[in-house]
Design a protein around this ligand. Structure first.
Ligand code: ZN
Length: 62
């Protein structure tokens, strides 16, 4: 089961192919291979990466 690397919530909504949205902390998650990429949606609708905030280990799919 996939969980949010930021808040550990499993309350994730699927928004596209390999794309999820965390309803708890409102970040977007994209799964690429075995790694979760994290993005924040800015006010203007653009995405900024949050991957720097997490260790690669934290973003691995279990
Ligand atoms: Zn979250």
């Amino acid at each position: 089961m996939m969980k949010c690397p930021n808040c550990q919530s499993k309350d994730l909504g699927k928004i596209g192919i390999n794309q999820y949205y965390c309803w708890n902390c409102f970040i977007e998650l994209t799964v690429g291979g075995r790694t979760i990429h994290t993005h924040q949606v800015e006010e203007d609708g653009s995405l900024s990466s949050l991957d720097d905030l997490f260790d690669e280990q934290e973003r691995k799919l279990s």
